[in-house]
Design a protein around this ligand. Structure first.
Ligand code: ZN
Length: 124
């Protein structure tokens, strides 16, 4: 291939960065799991006393916000896993749509990018 391929050093750098981001996101997800467990317990009254719950609506709002944040983190984790899988099978850095190289600058900005800048614009 005459296409400029990423150097092993560059690939390693992205892998290290993705692994670091994965660890960080996994930690956030675990934290949310803890908090959600507490909120769930409080809501079901499992661990709560018979105190009337004056913060019902607030709790529900907080709950949905947390659920949304957790969904974001899980989505991020899935993207990172897919990127790591692409590094493993050698397809990392290639556009999933046109097969061209994604520029290193773009991957620097978004290591989980699956599309080159042109295809990303078309998808929008
Ligand atoms: Zn493309």
């Amino acid at each position: 291939m005459t296409v400029t391929t990423m150097t092993p050093a560059q690939l390693e750098r992205f892998e290290a960065r993705l692994l670091a981001e994965r660890a960080e996101a996994a930690e956030r997800a675990a934290e949310f799991d803890d908090v959600m467990g507490e909120v769930r317990a409080a809501r079901s009254g499992a661990s709560a006393d018979d105190e009337h719950d004056p913060e019902g609506p607030t709790m529900t709002q907080e709950w949905s916000q947390r659920t949304a944040v957790l969904a974001d983190v899980q989505h991020e984790l899935a993207e990172i896993d897919r990127a790591l899988a692409r590094i493993a099978d050698g397809t990392y850095g290639f556009c999933a749509r046109c097969g061209k190289r994604i520029t290193v600058a773009r991957l620097d900005a978004r290591p989980t990018a699956t599309l080159c800048i042109d295809c990303a614009r078309l998808e929008r």
